[in-house]
Design a protein around this ligand. Sequence first.
Ligand SMILES: [Zn+2]
Length: 364
Amino acid sequence: MLGVRHIPVLSMARFLVYLFAIFAALLPSRGADWVLYNVGGRDYVSMRNLAEFYGLDSVRQTGNEVVLSSNTRSLRASANSAEFFINNLKFILSYPAVEHNGQICVSRMDLVKLIEPVMRPSRIKNAVPIDTVVLDAGHGGHDNGAMSIYGAEKNYTLDTVLRARELLMAAGYKVVLTRSGDYFVPLDDRAAIANRYKSAIFISIHFNHGGMGTGVEAYTLAPRGVPSMMSDGPSISDFQECPGNARDAENMALATASHAALIMKTRMFDRGLKRARFVVIRDIKLPGVLLEGGFLSNPQDAKMIATPIYRQTLASAVLQAVENYRKAVGTQSGPVVESKKSQPEKKPSPSTPAPIDPPATGTN
Ligand SMILES: [Zn+2]
C-alpha cells in the first residue's frame, strides 16, 4: 500500500483513543480561506487547504495518498478513491478524491456534508437536544429479511432492539419501538411513528446479506444531489429534497457516533459509513441512522449474530452511539447520566476480515 510507512501502526488502545478523539479537541479555525477548483464540473478543495483550516500541522503526501494529522486527529485520502479516513474510521465519500495540479482534493459536497459536521459537530446549527430514542427493528411478520442457517434477520433485529431498549432506559432515556413483536410494520408507518417525537433520534437495526461480505456498516441519508450508494447511478430522485435532508449535519454526526461505537464495540471489519435513501431514514424529520450489524450470508458472521452475547454487544454499541452523539453536538439537556468510561468488549469469536470484500446487496 502506498505511503503505508507514514501511518503509525496503532495499538488497539491508541486506536480507541483516536476514535474517541473524533469529537474532541475542537481546535479553533485559523480562518484559512477556501480555494475551490473545478474538476469535471464539480467543486473541489485541496487536502492541504483542509489542513490549514482545521489546524492539522502535519501534511504528508506519498504517491496517491495524503495524511493530515495533529496530536489528536488525522485525515487520510487517496486520489481516485472514495475511501476517506477520519481518525482511522472509514467513511465513503460521495465523490472519489481527485488529483489536481499535484494536490489531492475532495469535493466541496463532501467537505460540507461529511467532513465539517464530523470535525466540528458542536457547530451544527439548531441541533435539537434529545431525551428519546426511537429504535427500529428491521423487517417482521411475513417479512423475514435475510436468512442464515441459524435464523431470520427479523428475529435478530428485534432481539437487538429489545436489549438496546433495556440499556437506554437504564441510562435514563425514553425509548420508542416501531415494533415490539413479530409483526409487519410498513416502512411508511415506521417513519410516521418516528415523526411523532421531536427531541429524539432514530436508529434502525438490520443485518446484511450478499456473497461472502463481512463486517459492519452504517448508512446515513444521502444529501440532495448525491447518488445513493445502493443505486447503479444518478437518478432524478437524487435531486429531490427529502424530509430527512433538513437534518443532514445531525444525520452525519449521529452516523459517525454510531459507526465509531459499532466498530469499537464489535471489533468487526469496518465497511465504512455510507449514503443511501432508505425510506426510514429518508422520510423522518429527526436525525436518523441505519446500522448493519454483520452478514447473515457469511458463515462466520452468521454464527456470531446467532449468539446472544454478540447481540448484547450491538445493543451496547447503540447506547454508546447515543451517548457519543449527545456529547458531540453539545446538547446536554437530555438525561443527565454518569459518563462511564467505555470499556471495549471482546468480540465473542474472532473473525478475519475477508480479503475480498464484495459489495453488499439486498441491504434493506
Ligand atoms: Zn434488513
